[in-house]
Design a binder for this molecule. Structure first.
Ligand SMILES: CC(C)(COP(=O)(O)OP(=O)(O)OC[C@H]1O[C@@H](n2cnc3c(N)ncnc32)[C@H](O)[C@@H]1OP(=O)(O)O)[C@@H](O)C(=O)NCCC(=O)NCCS
Length: 179
């Protein structure tokens, strides 16, 4: 069984988000390639905005007992990215969302899919979630491919915070663990 504080995938080590991850997040949020699909304005954010975002996500952990994990490369101990589960509202409905973002030097190696698989396993098998949703901008084709590789089912297009997204869902009964 995976520990909720820290767990491993084939190539990565995950640890529960903490205040010590601020500098990693600041570096990620200074990269315009990463932020193009992460913010409503499609741009980078300041260190102060990142600090606030980290605080919000630490608050999520305190409140719900789950949230984001930070993933590092097992061998080189480099910060690769973050992934996790967040309570959110979509079209007025309460949902649990799978989130992921990677430093751009790690794109294209299957790592987002590897993170997503581990987080879904934890969500369904340990947290007992019934449903997880994932949504991404209609223009974010790499993320749509990750969502499909993970096995989510397409539901519909939505407008979320004023932007067009494709919205997918996975029910617990549809989750098939890879290992
Ligand atoms: C989206 C993101 C998470 C993908 O991470 P990744 O580690 O490169 O993803 P993976 O390697 O697991 O899979 C990417 C897939 O998309 C495909 N892909 C990449 N760019 C593509 C494009 N422009 N069009 C279509 N498919 C594309 C890849 O070929 C791969 O599919 P394959 O395994 O069938 O070849 C990463 O680019 C990222 O962090 N982006 C910025 C943050 C973000 O957008 N997060 C998601 C918010 S919903």
């Amino acid at each position: 069984m995976q520990s909720i504080e820290t767990f491993q995938t084939r190539r990565l080590i995950a640890e529960r988000l903490s205040a010590k991850h601020l500098s990693d997040f600041c570096r990620m949020h200074e990269d315009p390639k990463v932020m193009a699909t992460l913010t409503t304005h499609g741009g980078i954010i300041s260190n102060e905005e990142t600090r606030q975002m980290l605080q919000n996500n630490l608050g999520h952990w305190e409140r719900y007992g789950f949230g984001l994990w930070v993933f590092r490369d097992k061998h080189k101990d480099q910060f690769v990215g973050r992934s996790g589960l967040r309570n959110t509202y979509v079209s007025g409905n309460k949902e649990v969302e799978l989130a992921y973002a990677l430093m751009s030097e790690f794109w294209g190696k299957g790592l987002a899919t590897e993170m997503g698989e581990a987080v879904l396993k934890l969500g369904f098998e340990q947290l007992g979630l019934k449903n997880v949703v994932c949504f991404t901008l209609t223009t974010n084709l790499a993320s749509q491919r990750v969502i499909e590789k993970l096995g989510f089912q397409y539901e519909r297009e939505i407008i979320h915070v004023g932007l067009p997204y494709v919205f997918y869902r996975m029910k617990a009964s549809q989750f098939t663990p890879k290992d």
